[in-house]
Write a new protein. Structure first.
Length: 72
């Protein structure tokens, strides 16, 4: 969603939506549509600037102002 880098799912952070808000799904088990984001610095900001979150989840979502800690 951010930089567009192609990588195996295990190298990317899975994000999900819980109660309308974007959350980091570290266990990769949250229900619903997931989206994958490169955990490198700057990818979160780029995804926000591009409006990638609502597009990836196919609905309006609340995106935290501060980047989530995406450690995989």
């Amino acid at each position: 969603m951010g930089c567009g880098r192609e990588a195996a799912q295990g190298e990317l952070a899975r994000l999900a939506v819980v109660d309308g808000a974007v959350v980091f799904d570290a266990a990769r088990h949250l229900p619903g549509r997931g989206a994958y984001l490169c955990p490198r610095p700057g990818c979160w900001e780029r995804a926000v600037a591009r409006g990638a979150f609502p597009r990836a989840f196919r609905r309006p979502v609340d995106v935290p102002a501060e980047p989530l800690h995406l450690s995989i």
